[in-house]
Design a protein around this ligand. Structure first.
Ligand SMILES: NC(=O)c1ccc[n+]([C@@H]2O[C@H](COP(=O)([O-])OP(=O)(O)OC[C@H]3O[C@@H](n4cnc5c(N)ncnc54)[C@H](O)[C@@H]3O)[C@@H](O)[C@H]2O)c1
Length: 261
């Protein structure tokens, strides 16, 4: 299997930067919520807040779509929903296969949100022969022997990998050889794909690690802030001993009489 890059250049052929493409689903989610409430127009500030994006960035993003809104009125919600859906290719039905129907694959198969966003689960595929024919989310699981035929019969271009990490590259290669050109990879491994194949990786443990980093930093800032307060507040007898050591919290939250060197 050819090794290759897992990303396309930062700008797509139609001139929309990847960073903008990555924000379009956020706008679409916020706009869909407005549409469901029959809100006809929205200002860039309101929409930016709902999408969690800076409003100047939003206006720039929409300029790539040729959408500039109307001064004093804002953007037409329904039209933007249509424009963004069209840009993301969501105005057509995308058949998707999920490979690896264990805990995660079954949960994904049961997720109703794919169908409502234009992604039809065309097939569920697993290597375990005992699973073949068993329905998950109402769809019978098919054996991996059928993979190529399933892709071809259903015209599938998007594959979801939810196998153990050790199997993911081989599954990826079979999917690509069968005609899949976009892969959503949940397995904790980096996939090698040839040019022209897009890979998106989802890893919740990485997201949790990033949150852990922020939690640690917040805890550090709190400790620093407390230390700052203690350095400006004159030490009182209970906090700073007669040695005159400035009160700083030790690792257990106590106030050591003498700070370690
Ligand atoms: N990205 C995330 O946030 C996230 C979260 C949870 C799990 N995971 C990953 O998702 C994967 C699945 O996790 P799980 O808990 O569902 O595991 P699981 O063991 O319950 O399911 C794995 C399934 O893959 C099948 N399988 C194994 N080799 C295969 C092959 N070559 N072709 C097709 N099917 C094959 C197995 O028969 C099994 O049904 C793991 O790699 C796990 O690390 C990722």
């Amino acid at each position: 299997m050819a090794t290759g890059r897992t990303h396309r250049p930062a700008t797509r052929s139609r001139g929309i930067p990847e960073a903008t493409v990555a924000r379009l689903p956020l706008y679409l989610r916020a706009l869909t919520a407005l549409s469901e409430r029959s809100v006809p127009t929205v200002s860039s500030e309101e929409l930016a807040a709902a999408a969690g994006v800076n409003s100047a960035k939003l206006r720039k993003d929409f300029s790539y779509l040729g959408s500039y809104g109307t001064r004093g009125v804002g953007y037409d919600v329904e039209y933007l929903v249509y424009q963004i859906s069209r840009e993301l290719g969501l105005t057509q039905d995308w058949p998707v296969v999920i490979v690896g129907i264990g805990n995660l694959g079954a949960a994904l198969a049961n997720y109703g949100g794919f169908a409502s966003r234009g992604f039809r689960v065309a097939a569920l595929i697993d290597a375990d022969p005992t699973m073949a024919g068993k329905p998950v989310a109402g769809i019978p699981v098919q054996h991996t022997d059928e993979l190529e035929k399933i892709i071809s019969d259903n015209g599938v271009s998007i594959g979801v990998i939810a196998t153990p990490a050790g199997a993911a590259q081989q599954v990826c290669e079979r999917l690509v050889a069968a005609g899949v050109t976009s892969i959503l990879n949940f397995a904790p491994t980096v996939l090698s794909v040839p040019d022209g194949v897009d890979v998106r990786k989802v890893d919740l443990s990485i997201e949790l690690q990033i949150l852990a980093f922020h939690e640690q930093r917040k805890a550090g800032e709190e400790t620093d802030a407390e230390a700052d307060v203690e350095t400006v507040v004159p030490p009182v007898a209970t906090r700073a001993p007669a040695t005159g050591a400035a009160g700083r919290k030790g690792p257990d939250g106590d106030v050591p009489a003498v700070m370690p060197a």
